[in-house]
Design a protein around this ligand. Structure first.
Ligand SMILES: NC(=O)c1ccc[n+]([C@@H]2O[C@H](COP(=O)([O-])OP(=O)(O)OC[C@H]3O[C@@H](n4cnc5c(N)ncnc54)[C@H](OP(=O)(O)O)[C@@H]3O)[C@@H](O)[C@H]2O)c1
Length: 288
């Protein structure tokens, strides 16, 4: 029986993937949740999943967690900056030392050494680390989650204006649940490619389409307005948002404008065996 370890097993993507693995009749006892705090997954332990304590900051705990594991779903850390790469180095080194046979890593679309989206260079470096480790691998190059839209553009619902500096930039938003379902398909396949573009199979969405879909779902008219980055920053400063949120929003808009998320592919569609969930139906099904 193949033993699959899932890092980030307490997070949204890890939890959802485990449930799709169970739907595929993978026995819970053959799935190892690697979590820094086992108390967060008591519900999953009660369902029969193995739980092992493993912290991305603690290489020894990861090595112990990966003993006897065949495949790892390596969910990228939620930490940012230098800390992020320290976590990822520990995971890859532990996987190599534990003689794991395959790493499936959640990367980003269009990985590049330099990018406006802050997470992209770290994903690029992590892909290189995994390639250099000698452990066979698959990269799931995920586009932005649709699930972020109500959070990113909450103000748009109130004001009727979705303001950004993204210009004509397009994003191939995908539902996180679709990524999880595709991960479960990949983890149970023995014919994996080295990389998949996990994105829309239709053309990526413009922010005008996002505004229209959000408006339709909330019963309001929402118009997309794009302004230069400086003007966008000044507007956000006027709302007294935390500096980190302002800089993240501006950089995200600039990354969208530069086309860093503008990619369509049939990879997700093929893994799912159906079309990925579209934005309008996703938002219509969400909380009002
Ligand atoms: N494509 C996108 O739009 C998008 C958006 C957001 C994030 N992401 C990336 O995709 C990943 C998965 O997304 P998600 O929605 O599942 O995020 P999430 O719910 O925040 O889950 C992140 C997971 O990483 C774990 N983690 C963080 N630091 C750790 C550490 N030191 N040791 C062990 N585990 C640690 C968390 O554990 P705890 O439960 O203990 O915190 C959690 O299980 C994120 O971590 C992030 O890298 C992608």
């Amino acid at each position: 029986m193949t033993t699959i370890a899932v890092t980030g097993g307490s997070g949204n993507l890890g939890r959802a993937t485990i449930q799709f693995l169970a739907k595929r009749k993978v026995p819970p006892a053959s799935i190892v949740l690697v979590v820094r705090d086992p108390s967060k997954v008591q519900d999953l332990a009660a369902q029969g999943f193995q739980v092992r304590q493993g912290d991305y900051t603690d290489a020894a705990s990861l090595l112990k967690s990966f003993q006897g594991v065949d495949k790892i779903l390596f969910v990228s850390t939620s930490a940012l900056g230098e800390e992020r790469m320290r976590h990822h180095r520990n995971v890859v080194e532990a996987a190599r030392a534990a003689s794991v046979q395959h790493i499936l890593y959640t990367s980003v679309v269009k990985p590049a050494a330099a990018a406006l989206f802050a997470a992209t260079p770290g994903h690029f470096q992590t892909e290189a680390l995994i390639r250099d480790s000698g452990v066979p691998y698959t990269f799931f190059r995920n586009n932005l989650y649709m699930d972020l839209i109500p959070l990113l553009y909450a103000g748009a619902v109130e004001s009727g204006v979705l303001l950004s500096c993204a210009g004509q930039g397009r994003v191939g938003f995908v539902a996180r649940a679709d990524i999880a379902e595709a991960l479960a398909a990949a983890l149970t396949s023995d014919q994996l490619r080295s990389d998949y573009n996990i994105t829309t199979s239709r053309p990526a969405y413009s922010l005008a389409e996002v505004a229209a879909a959000l408006g339709k779902a909330r019963g309001k008219t929402i118009n997309y307005v794009s302004v230069p980055a400086n003007e966008f920053r000044q507007t956000l400063e006027g709302f007294r948002l935390p500096n980190g949120v302002i800089e993240f929003s501006v950089a995200l808009g600039e990354a969208m404008r530069a086309g860093e998320f503008d990619i369509a592919s049939n990879d997700l569609r093929e893994l799912l065996g159906r079309a990925p969930v579209e934005l309008e139906s996703f938002l219509a099904a969400g909380p009002g």
